[in-house]
Design a binder for this molecule. Structure first.
Ligand SMILES: NC(=O)c1ccc[n+]([C@@H]2O[C@H](COP(=O)([O-])OP(=O)(O)OC[C@H]3O[C@@H](n4cnc5c(N)ncnc54)[C@H](O)[C@@H]3O)[C@@H](O)[C@H]2O)c1
Length: 423
């Protein structure tokens, strides 16, 4: 098939000039940018905000981070990005650091959109401030690390104003080949779906060392290793695949059994390095999910395979994306083998089938702000996060967990440090 037409919005960026529809229902005048404030100037935040700048009319005008060094690096980086696009440098008055940086960013009248790219433990607290400010919000997954936070997020969802757009960072749904195959599956190309086999095999994450960092700062810098800060690998990383299962099936799991453990890793932290989860979805659909996050031997694979009465579908991050059976189909631009494209990207900037995921996610979001209708993805983000929490709880407790049990007795986690020390 021909290259699928990528999402076209009425916004475009050409050699630094911002082009918008003359006047939009949402108050953005011709030639005005969506003023973008980044909260969390780390790996993912910097990548996504740069991509927003390069692919949409969002323009980074403000930055916030807990740590001054991260803020300084972000400031230098985005001044370069802005200069390359013929835009103004960031006013130092719009850079904030410390434990109240998120509140200062939310209070700024010079920002239209807040991007939350902080460690997962803080997402819901930061979402509350951003939504209360009336600004548009792009919040990274997961939407909460425990059931208590997930329920708070659902309350925040009710506060979103009719003019506010809120997205959650599940960019895989917007990857053109995934959007195309999902459309076919949802239209019935596989017949009755009976079972899904899904996986996320990632390498170990790297230690971040900062001379002089105390115990709490070390935890925060290496939040990926810490269950309270990250939610564990199932809730933090593997969530992209569980999200695709929920989205394609149009449902959340009813119950889960799971095993897993910390079989290889010996460094600081308490996250497991492997999970095996069996979910039951409505209609008797069985989903098996397996993951690992350890080792450094140049191997990365993530995806899902769906098996139905009339056909089977393969949806890998890299490698052939296809349907076999009664309604055969293939994305001809996928790489030929999974091995040739199996490169991991800690900032989420994958190639092959995910090459345009971030770009199209960002364009769709900005289009919702400029032209409407607005999005409110919080509840759907919560549903996926809780689906992962269910698997984590089943693994940690060693017995089956139903959705009702999760909602009533789900685990809660404490930060275990005083953030005021970073003031
Ligand atoms: N969608 C994806 O594909 C994808 C990929 C990678 C990461 N992520 C998500 O993005 C988020 C950030 O991940 P990352 O890899 O960039 O981490 P990172 O550690 O590189 O960056 C996090 C940044 O947040 C700052 N920070 C920490 N606590 C803060 C606080 N309380 N207030 C303000 N700033 C604070 C840190 O100093 C750091 O600069 C996580 O939620 C992660 O799950 C998503």
């Amino acid at each position: 098939m021909e290259r699928r037409e990528f999402i076209q919005t009425t916004v475009a960026v050409t050699s630094g000039m911002l082009l918008l529809k003359p006047k939009s229902a949402f108050g953005y005048e011709a030639n005005s940018a969506v003023r973008h404030g980044l909260l969390g100037c780390g790996n993912r935040g910097t990548h996504v905000a740069t991509s927003f700048s390069q692919n949409t009319v969002a323009q980074v005008v403000a930055l916030a981070d807990l740590f001054p060094n991260q803020l300084e690096d972000g400031h230098a980086h985005f001044n370069q990005v802005n200069a390359a696009l013929g835009r103004q440098p960031i006013d130092p008055k719009l850079t904030f650091h410390g434990p109240h940086a998120f509140e200062q960013l939310a209070a700024s009248p010079d920002v239209d959109l807040i991007q939350i790219s902080t460690p997962p433990f803080f997402h819901v607290e930061h979402l509350a401030a951003a939504v209360a400010s009336g600004k548009h919000v792009y919040c990274e997954k997961p939407m909460g690390i425990d059931v208590k936070q997930a329920k708070q997020a659902l309350e925040i969802a009710k506060q979103v104003k009719p003019t506010q757009s809120v997205d959650v960072g599940f960019q895989c749904r917007n990857a053109p080949p995934i959007a195309a195959i999902a459309e076919k599956i949802k239209a019935g190309a596989l017949g009755k779906i009976a079972t899904i086999s899904s996986y996320y095999y990632a390498p170990a994450s790297k230690e971040k060392v900062f001379p002089g960092a105390g115990k709490d700062e070390y935890r925060l810098r290496n939040w990926l290793w810490d269950r309270a800060l990250s939610g564990d690998i199932l809730v933090e990383q593997n969530i992209h695949i569980i999200d695709l299962c929920n989205w394609i099936l149009g449902a959340r799991p009813l119950k889960a059994t799971a095993t897993g453990g910390r079989s290889v890793l010996t460094h600081a932290g308490d996250c497991w390095d492997n999970y095996q989860v069996d979910y039951l979805y409505p209609g008797g659909v069985r989903v098996s999910f397996a993951s690992k996050q350890f080792g450094d031997y140049n191997m990365f694979e993530a995806g899902l395979r769906l098996f139905g009465s009339d056909g089977a579908a393969s949806i890998p991050y890299g490698g052939p994306m296809e349907i076999v059976g009664a309604q055969p189909w293939a994305w001809t631009e996928s790489m030929n083998t999974q091995a040739s494209s199996g490169k991991f990207a800690a900032n989420g900037a994958f190639g092959d089938n995910l090459a345009f995921a971030d770009r199209d996610k960002e364009r769709t979001f900005i289009d919702s702000i400029v032209n409407g209708p607005v999005h409110n993805q919080i509840a759907s983000g919560v549903e996926t996060a809780m689906s992962c929490m269910m698997g984590r709880m089943a693994g940690l407790r060693g017995h089956e967990v139903t959705w009702e049990e999760l909602e009533a007795h789900g685990e809660t986690y404490k930060l275990g440090m005083d953030m005021a020390q970073f003031g």
